[in-house]
Design a binder for this molecule. Structure first.
Ligand SMILES: [Zn+2]
Ligand SMILES: [Zn+2]
Length: 274
């Protein structure tokens, strides 16, 4: 039996992208030219000439799933992907029904613009450090934007395509496990965002031109949506839907004061990170 490529690579040596076997390259679908500006024809080759994908074609490996397997000390196994130009845009689909990773969804101009505006807003709100696409080991996810403030970290997620409520919730839960407060932003029309009702989210007007989100001063991604107030531990936490301590996550109050999201902006502090 011949050795397969997937047996030779250690997913922990990569950056959770997609391994393109015929080219022996890691693709980062969110980056321009998928991370290989020197090879602008890569996407066309993969999408048209290099078919089939999936288990049959053995051309695209999910380095993210394989890294998670390795971290759980499971025996190495290939996780094959298929590239499709779907109803909600291009994506890398798993065999076996697992939802596609947002980390592998080629970014649209709108998604990029919303992410950039969100990062700028967190900056303006006084965050100490703002980064995009940072790997959160405990969550095993890369949120779109991560803002670090003196007291809490806020993960900003941009949702530009429809998804299942279950997917949104499991992403929310995973990031919360890493200690991040998650703020979702969507530009989908109001009638289409029912799937986001269980998470704190901001809905922006749907526009065709992504530059609107960068230029329009009235698009303040925070105003009116997430305002925090300082309360003694044990307060009802809208973020988690419980009264657990946000620091220890235990049901017994720790006796300290914490920041909680509020519906009453008059009493709150205007910034998410201070
Ligand atoms: Zn995967
Ligand atoms: Zn507490």
């Amino acid at each position: 039996m011949t050795t397969q490529i997937w047996e030779l690579i250690d997913p922990r040596d990569f950056a959770d992208g997609v391994f393109y076997v015929p080219a022996m390259l890691e693709l980062q679908p969110r980056l321009p030219h998928w991370g290989h500006p020197d090879q602008p024809g890569l996407r066309d080759r993969l999408a048209t000439a290099d078919r089939p994908h999936g288990v049959r074609g053995k051309k695209l490996l999910c380095l993210l799933c394989m890294r998670i397997q390795a971290e759980r000390n499971l025996p190495p196994e290939p996780v094959w992907l298929t590239f499709v130009e779907g109803r909600y845009g291009p994506m890398f689909r798993h065999e076996g029904g697992r939802s596609p990773h947002p980390e592998h969804q080629p970014e649209t101009d709108i998604h990029k613009a919303l992410k950039e505006r969100k990062a700028r807003t967190f900056d303006a709100a006084g965050a100490i450090d703002v980064n995009v696409e940072v790997w959160r080991p405990k969550a095993r996810r890369r949120p779109d934007v991560l803002a670090v403030g003196p007291e809490l970290t806020v993960a900003g997620e941009v949702q530009h395509s429809a998804a299942r409520a279950r997917e949104i919730q499991s992403r929310q839960k995973a990031l919360r496990k890493a200690g991040d407060r998650v703020v979702w932003t969507t530009d989908l029309p109001a009638a289409d965002i029912g799937f986001m009702h269980l998470v704190p989210h901001l809905a922006l007007p749907t526009v065709g031109d992504h530059r609107y989100y960068l230029r329009e001063p009235k698009v303040n991604l925070i105003a009116g949506a997430i305002v925090l107030e300082r309360r003694r531990c044990g307060w009802a936490d809208l973020w988690t839907g419980t009264q657990r301590c946000p620091a220890t996550r235990k049901a017994i109050p720790c006796g300290q004061w914490h920041l909680y999201p509020t519906y009453d902006p008059a009493t709150g502090s205007p910034s998410p990170t201070t």
